[in-house]
Design a protein around this ligand. Structure first.
Ligand code: ACO
Length: 329
């Protein structure tokens, strides 16, 4: 049926916040942040920019590469934990901006695994009904700076803003689909170790919730770290085994950009050569659902993959959610 990646796009806001800037804000150092996480700087959205604005910029670039208009889209999926509003969905706001009147739209919340989850859902829709879903836009977009506690040094140094987009199209040929194999998971038993406690129905906004910084990211970093490595390595192994593809055949490995030590540990355990591992964490920090889409666009535009090359994606995030996906360019 030929469900292919027809276009990719990404957007990083102009403003850059360096580790040195953070030194002036909390008790931290460039040296601590670099050695513990690999991050040197991150992009921050302007106050007037919302997640849909970042998503729109990335989507426009992906549509331009695909050579199609918003009006030709049949569905829009936006992966995000920082929607413009609780409702309406960021997908609907994006639809209006893109003039995608024929698309049905929704947001998907799976934290940092959001793009993988969204690609799986979009692919499944296209597989089930190829005539109905010819072009589907998947965007991972986050304004994490809006849910960071800028007084908490253990989290505020980690996150950044940005968006990555993918246009999937059914080219009507019998060329192989972009998705070779996937392995996605969730475990709600760990929902408390990576959470924004307030702002939902469990704890609506109140003076107390604001005083307690409950509208920001809370994370048990060490526990998340261990589970992230085990989860992503396991999912990648499953995918490679089921696809009968050796790690050495993977042209480019894109792990979620949360921590360069996590990335190194996974690549080492999977035996992926260092020069095949893509990293932009030094420039972008952790952009949650946007991270993999931004990396994918950078390797496509940078000419680092050719048609037919295998790309291995893996992610891990709040929920907990995690997984891996082997795709082909
Ligand atoms: N600057 C200086 N010191 C700091 C900072 C900072 N920014 N942050 C923490 N420290 C201190 C701590 O207070 C602690 O001091 P202590 O030993 O005196 O108590 C010390 O540094 C070590 O702290 P740890 O938390 O043990 O540091 P660790 O090496 O584990 O690194 C980190 C922390 C970077 C958060 C790491 O645990 C990590 O990357 N975890 C995984 C994150 C992740 O994958 N998240 C998933 C996605 S996020 C999402 O879904 C939204």
């Amino acid at each position: 049926m030929g469900i292919r990646i027809r276009g990719t796009g990404s957007y990083l806001p102009e403003k850059i916040l360096s580790n040195f800037d953070l030194e002036a804000m909390v008790d931290t150092s460039d040296e601590w942040i670099r050695t513990r996480t690999g991050i040197a700087e991150r992009h921050l959205a302007a106050p007037e920019q919302a997640t849909s604005d970042l998503a729109y910029a990335a989507a426009e670039r992906a549509l331009a590469m695909a050579g199609i208009d918003g009006a030709e889209l049949d569905a829009i999926v936006v992966a995000t934990i920082t929607p413009d509003h609780v409702f309406p969905s960021t997908g609907c706001i994006l639809q209006r901006r893109l003039g995608a009147a024929g698309a049905f739209c929704f947001d998907l919340e799976a934290a940092c695994s959001g793009l993988l989850y969204s690609l799986e859902v979009a692919y499944s829709l296209m597989k089930v009904s190829s005539a109905k879903y010819r072009n589907v836009l998947v965007v991972g977009a986050e304004k994490l700076s809006s849910i960071v506690n800028w007084e908490d040094r253990s989290t505020c140094v980690l996150f950044g803003d940005g968006a990555g987009a993918v246009v999937l199209s059914n080219d009507g040929t019998d060329s192989p689909d972009f998705l070779v194999c996937s392995d996605l998971h969730a475990d709600g038993n760990y929902s408390d170790i990576l959470i924004m406690p307030a702002g939902g129905s469990r704890c609506p906004a109140s003076e107390e919730s604001i005083r307690n910084h409950a509208h920001s990211i809370h994370m048990e970093g060490r526990d998340v770290y261990k589970l992230a490595v085990t989860g992503m390595v396991g999912a990648c192994r499953t995918v490679l085994k089921n696809a009968k593809v050796a790690a050495s055949e993977v042209r480019c490995f894109i792990p979620h950009q949360a921590n360069s030590r996590i990335i190194d540990a996974i690549a080492q355990r999977l035996d992926v050569p260092g020069d095949r591992v893509y990293c932009n964490i030094d420039r972008c920090g952790n952009t949650s659902a946007a991270s993999i889409g931004i990396c994918l666009d950078e390797i496509v535009r940078g000419g680092q993959v050719s048609e037919g090359d295998y790309i291995l994606l893996t992610a891990f995030g709040g929920g907990l959610t995690w997984g891996a996906m082997l795709i082909r360019r």
